[in-house]
Design a protein around this ligand. Sequence first.
Ligand code: SF4
Length: 246
Amino acid sequence: MAFDNLERPLPLAPRLDAELRRAHPSTILAAAVETFGDSLALVSSFGAESAVLLHLVAQIKPDIPVLFLDTGMLFGQTLDYRKSLARRLGLTDVRDLRPHYADLAAVDPDAKLHQTDTDACCNVRKVVPLDRALAEFDAWITGRKRFHGGDRLSLPVVEQAGRQVKFNPLANWGKAELEAYAAEHELPAHPLVAQGFPSIGCWPCTQPAEEGEDARAGRWKGLDKTECGIHLARAPGAATNVGGDI
Ligand code: SF4
């Protein structure tokens, strides 16, 4: 008996990716909400380009859980922007995720870990808190885009990440589309954009970008590091590990 020609249905993530590959971000978000309902969260840094995705999702599901990583190392302007933008867009469930005191006491008691081991610092301040918060969800939405370069050049619209499905509704959009959308809807910019920061993370690891550089060139400048670790692929059911690789 030959089975070679049997067509097996694609798993959910690649099937959705094939269907939504060229879709408008609103269509991708609507499909994510329809597929996962209350098991869906959005992760936002309330950074330089965050307003567009937050506005798009607020039109569809303003009570979606929005997970915001407050690492304890953010610019004061980011904390102010997170409050004012959420209020303006009518987002009713923004959750501030902070590292646990016990975890910090174990690996970063004097808050200087970023000077010696940025991967370990990102792990305890971002990866572990996000993993804890995402445990109750089956899918999440990110604001990553291909034009940011690096590993993001080949970003799919929908992907499997461990046991969860990840949606990247802005993967296809470039800077011009983001700026046009922000202008059309009069979205307020992060205050540091006007000071030359096209991408904004923690203050010790963020610098303005030079003319002609990638948007994320000012992040971890001078290091090989380009990602904080929350988007690294993980094995299904992988456990978090404070202070170590996951
Ligand atoms: Fe630490 Fe820098 Fe990572 Fe923020 S971006 S968690 S300060 S290493």
